[in-house]
Ligand binder design. Sequence first.
Ligand SMILES: Cc1cc2nc3c(=O)[nH]c(=O)nc-3n(C[C@H](O)[C@H](O)[C@H](O)COP(=O)(O)OP(=O)(O)OC[C@H]3O[C@@H](n4cnc5c(N)ncnc54)[C@H](O)[C@@H]3O)c2cc1C
Length: 425
Amino acid sequence: MTTTRRSLLKTVGAAAGLGVIGMPALAQGAAGRVVVIGAGFGGATTARYLKRLNAALDVTLVERDDRFITCPFSNYVVAGFRKIEDITHGFDGLTKAGVKVVKGEATAVDTTGRLVTLRDGTKLSYDKLVVAPGIELNYAGVPGYSEAASEKMPHAWKAGPQTLLLRRQLEAMPDGGTFILCAPGNPFRCPPGPYERVSVVAWYLKNNKPKSKILVLDAKDAFSKQGLFQAAWESEFPGMITWISGKDGGKVESVDPTSMTVKSGFGNETGAVINVIPPQRAGAIAQTAGLVAENGWCPVDPTTFASAKAQNVYIVGDASIAGAMPKSGSSANVQGKVVAAAIVAILAGKAADGPALLNICYSLVTPDYGISTTDVYQVNADKVIVTTPNSGGVSVKTPTALNERKLEAEYTVNWYKSITADTWG
Ligand SMILES: Cc1cc2nc3c(=O)[nH]c(=O)nc-3n(C[C@H](O)[C@H](O)[C@H](O)COP(=O)(O)OP(=O)(O)OC[C@H]3O[C@@H](n4cnc5c(N)ncnc54)[C@H](O)[C@@H]3O)c2cc1C
């Protein structure tokens, strides 16, 4: 884009106008200061694309951890065909892109004074704030479950020590034991995730402990890519996996980590390994900052992902209410680009373009058997994100001589390589 004297004057004029209402960096004549909370799929993408679209922006990214361990591919660590190092990403690529990465935890946001406070007392002022904290687990949503109980009955729904704990438990499980997975109701992070986990755990058990069984107790009556998953379970692991829907009693009523039992309408079940995935809500800082609706998630303007609760704040990724878009790394990455473009336009005094939204979710059933679902989205007249008719789709039902399942397994690996490079550099 060429900057003409006229467009420059327009930009400066707009910035000066915004400066009157107290935008710190803009008031000093700079391009603008953006603070991003969270260096996961949503936050890291936003930060990188902000710098890419306008190198003059001052972009500070606050992250409490030293590195990011992805949930995508963490199921393969549980099943033993990936290592935790394979899914761990540092932040050098972000620094190289000109993003200031600050290690710390955001504990408060003053949306009127445009100030973020970190646990160590540091204060960061902003013109625009991007909140991308991912999820908080609602342990109390499952009676008997707690953070302490997750040391015995892991959730492994945030990748890291919990992933490794579940892996160790699976390795220690006797042949002939039962692996129980308790799946939450909608909405939750990664709709196909529990069923991908069940698949690759079945692959591990089939090869190492073939007398074992898997029981899925589900709060829902249907799940993502259900037909494809269930057909794969039949063909790859006949008789090993039992799925109990919510209407058949699958909703968990309580868990007891001492006796390793799960109570549901289906009965009292004892497991050798029990994986409890509790309900979730937007990350804690979104709650503290007053950015959530009653349901625990953050309402946004779907064309820009601007918060419906506070001015100059944008919500990216799992924390947002994004209509038909699933809570996925793929969605968070796309939303990050939408937000970066919107902020760059708005800081330059222009209107944000309408977003292009899409999601693709690959899942492996075995290392050589992949399936996927893709969707394109649009904002409808009611300002809700809906699926675009006649777009997207799922994997072929019956593979042809091309061996689509094997090809999709390769695409899965390549998707991971490209999205992680796009997000963290
Ligand atoms: C088992 C599993 C498998 C999955 N597989 C896939 C897949 O194949 N494809 C896919 O697209 N998605 C997948 N997902 C979903 C994907 O992991 C999430 O949707 C994605 O991580 C959401 O991105 P986010 O930026 O919203 O949150 P996150 O990626 O979780 O990032 C949030 C970041 O914010 C930081 N943070 C939070 N609060 C603060 C604070 N107050 N101060 C500083 N830092 C803070 C956190 O430390 C974290 O680094 C999977 C999820 C699971 C659980």
